[in-house]
Design a protein around this ligand. Structure first.
Ligand code: CAA
Length: 702
């Protein structure tokens, strides 16, 4: 028998165990091993019943995602036919589940006749998050077991459910309580079923639950309407719905064939490739070559935040949400009251939506204390400064923190642009200083750009990367430069958008192109939401040092001069009706832009949607290439994670660098070269882009 799947005979019950750490993935070799073990047990007269289980941390994490798109070795069984054979067996087959049963792992369990789970088990069909659908019978067996509405929720969300809920839904048959080992319980049950000659229950043969949805296509139409906003641009959620509908309208074998054909189509799609890339990129991002996994970290049991404005308040909420007591410092009681008021309002909104209990809200608020004295921060394990972006102010604060905080404390800055090394120079512990750039709203957005200074120690880096995870964020380690990874790339994109306005486009056209591309909003709607005044102030400060030979668009400044700061003033790039956040194109802005073009002597022309996409997105990729070459991001996939989690770059495009590979780096280089000839310096192709194009390679080859 294969090492990856073992079989042991326990007095007439064959126990088949998946042994493929870390997640017992159903790769080609495991499938062959499982088939061989199953065949042997099925045909062995001494075996009266079977138990299927997994060794180590879990039952099974599903198909081996790395093997998608590869041709299996000859003779490798397909999972659907293997699970069909398991289900068709007349001897009872019991799944003994612990840890997780996900994707193909869950489908394996659905093919068994009975499912027992250990407490703490979670099950789910997360395939949709990989741009595919459950391709081994999941879309057909699950609705038969739990009904159509629950199956739609489960399969289209891709979410895992805990054992208790899986039991209520009918995915599993029993949660084994107390000290009883789930495999022992499964063996006992399997033996009893054989002894009693109990007929087996096959999910494929059930009909009562799906019968409830038969002749009611409106169930599916309504569900598609409900999911439309979240699923915008994604193919897989719609394919999941179609296959669940097939479970209702087609006989089992036909439904399975529909599922198979749809799975094959999706697995070969660019969307699925992109979403699989994002899955691995998310795991890769935590790996830092010079900070090994076993680097000792400092415990973070208490935290402090300097500043209780929008960012500081959101950051404090992250700690409280994770159960970590946090002290918030502000200069005055008045500022504290204002900040705490906003935090309370935020929590209350979540409670009113039913997503948080009042009790949990009270516990979280109870974890937030406030002070106007720096001395009260002496015990904090980590301090995150979140004040206005001004170097002098930040250095002063870090100097003070250095004197009041315990020597071991990590001092972090939530700067979005400033030099972390200069901030660190204000302390006697530069090795304990690091940047932690949160994205707004900080309690919601999952990205943290962790900015390593020249002297940040491996321990500081490892501790902050771990902290990101503890507070539910994805930490991406980046280097020091203006705007770090995300905002530096954003500048490159925004700059070209503004130039396009001067050349003939309008804000609503640019917004639409980028929204249709899959961004949550276009750049101008986004600017109006975030507020235009802060950027304007920064630009005014930088005016004296701006290189005069480089093109500069004044449109944004002129809009601010009119007192239009975005949604909060009822007008910005667009205008807004009171109480409504929908941007409305504004003829006044069109006139302003046309007058600026005239004054600059730029003849207005028709700008196509394709040009907008290329002119905005290719420079963004180009800037990413520069960042990689300068060593400020460790790998292209880290940049993809920054953009997916910090800016809502569509996951089904895999992030800007993966998307660039799909387009072809050579194509992007050629267009950039032409744009550079036409529009000058800002668009010079990055040397790395040129090199990859010349070598016929992509970012994925780095
Ligand atoms: N295939 C290949 N590799 C996988 C994998 C899978 N299904 N699941 C996890 N891995 C890898 C990870 O990439 C990681 O590798 P590295 O150590 O090299 O980075 C390693 O296994 C451990 O994974 P995690 O770090 O994620 O471990 P965890 O304990 O935090 O989480 C898990 C475990 C919940 C199973 C999580 O890994 C997970 O969600 N995996 C994906 C589950 C999934 O989507 N399954 C569906 C697969 S598609 C399918 O099954 C199609 C079908 O219908 C037949």
């Amino acid at each position: 028998m294969s090492d990856l799947v073992t079989i042991s005979n326990r007095d007439g019950v064959a126990v088949i165990t998946l042994q493929n750490p870390p997640v017992n993935g159903l790769g080609f070799a495991v499938r062959s091993g499982l088939q061989a073990a199953f065949d042997s047990a099925a045909t062995d007269d001494a075996v009266r019943a079977l138990v299927i289980t997994g060794s180590g941390r879990m039952f099974c994490g599903g198909a081996d995602i790395r093997e998608f798109g590869q041709t299996p070795p000859a003779g490798t069984p397909h999972l659907p036919s293997l699970f069909d054979a398991i289900e068709a067996l007349d001897k009872p087959v019991v799944a003994a589940i612990h840890g997780v049963a996900l994707g193909g792992g869950c489908e394996l369990a659905l093919g068994c006749h009975v499912r027992l789970a250990a407490p703490g088990t979670r099950v789910g069909l997360p395939e949709v998050t990989l741009g595919i659908l459950p391709g081994a019978g999941g879309t057909q067996r699950m609705p038969r077991l739990i009904g159509v509405p629950a199956a739609l929720d489960l399969i289209v969300s891709g979410k895992m459910v805990p054992a208790s809920k899986a039991l209520t839904l009918g995915i599993i048959d029993e949660v084994v309580e107390g000290d009883v080992d789930v495999v022992e319980a499964a063996v006992a049950l399997a033996r009893q079923m054989a002894d009693e000659n109990r007929p087996v229950r096959r999910a494929s043969a059930l009909d009562d639950k799906i019968a409830e949805a038969r002749g009611k296509p409106e169930i599916f139409e309504q569900f598609k309407k409900k999911m439309a906003r979240r699923a915008r641009g994604f193919e897989a959620p719609y394919a999941c719905v179609a296959c669940i509908e097939a479970a209702v309208t087609q006989p089992f074998a036909e439904g399975l064939a529909t599922e198979r054909a749809t799975f094959q189509r999706l697995v070969a799609s660019d969307q699925s490739k992109a979403q699989r890339h994002a899955f691995f990129a998310e795991r890769q991002v935590a790996k830092i070559p010079d900070v090994p996994k076993d680097t000792p970290t400092l415990p973070i049991d208490t935290a402090a935040v300097i500043g209780c404005g929008t960012m500081g308040g959101g950051i404090a909420m992250n700690f409280a949400n994770a159960g970590i007591p946090v002290t918030v410092f502000e200069v005055s009681q008045e500022a504290i009251n204002k900040g705490l008021g906003i935090i309370t309002k935020n929590y209350a909104a979540t409670v009113s939506k039913g997503r948080l209990s009042q009790e949990a809200m009270d516990t979280r608020l109870g974890l937030i204390s406030t002070t106007v004295n720096y001395e009260d921060l002496g015990n904090a394990d980590v301090v995150i400064e979140a004040v206005f972006e001004e170097m002098g102010l930040k250095k002063k604060i870090f100097g003070t923190l250095d004197t009041v905080c315990k020597p071991d404390a990590i001092l972090a800055s939530n700067t979005s642009t400033l030099d972390v090394d200069e901030i660190a120079s204000a302390t006697s512990r530069p090795e304990k200083v690091i940047g932690t750039h949160f994205f707004s709203p900080a309690n919601v957005m999952k990205l943290m750009e962790n900015v390593r200074g020249a002297q940040s120690s491996p321990q500081t880096i490892a501790t902050i990367m771990k902290l990101s995870k503890t507070i539910g964020k994805i930490g991406v380690l980046v280097g020091v430069c203006d705007g770090f990874v995300g905002n530096r790339m954003l500048y490159a994109y925004r700059r070209q958008a503004d130039f396009l306005l001067e050349e003939g486009a309008l804000p609503q056209q640019i917004d639409k192109v980028l929204y249709d591309f899959g961004m949550p909003m276009g750049p101008y709607a986004m600017g109006d939401l975030a507020g235009l005044d802060v950027g304007w102030l920064i630009r005014k400060e930088q005016a004296a040092t701006r290189p005069k030979h480089l093109r500069y668009s004044t449109v944004a400044d002129r809009i601010c001069e009119l007192g239009r700061f975005g949604q909060k003033t009822g007008a910005g790039w667009h205008r807004y009706e009171a109480g409504n956040r929908t941007p409305i194109p504004d003829p006044e802005i069109e006139q302003l832009i046309v007058s600026i073009s005239e004054a600059q002597g730029i003849p207005r022309r028709e700008v196509t949607d394709q040009e907008i996409l290329e002119r905005c997105m290719y420079p963004l990729v180009n800037e990413g290439a520069k960042i990689l070459e300068e060593g400020l991001a460790m790998r292209p996939s880290d940049i993809d994670i920054v953009w997916i989690y910090g800016y809502g770059f569509p996951r089904y495009r895999g992030g800007p660098m993966f998307w660039a590979d799909l387009i072809g780096v050579k194509q992007i280089y050629d267009v950039m070269s032409r744009l550079h000839d036409e529009h000058g310096d800002w668009l010079e192709p990055a040397p790395l882009l040129r090199r990859l194009a010349e070598q016929g390679k992509g970012f994925g080859d780095l």
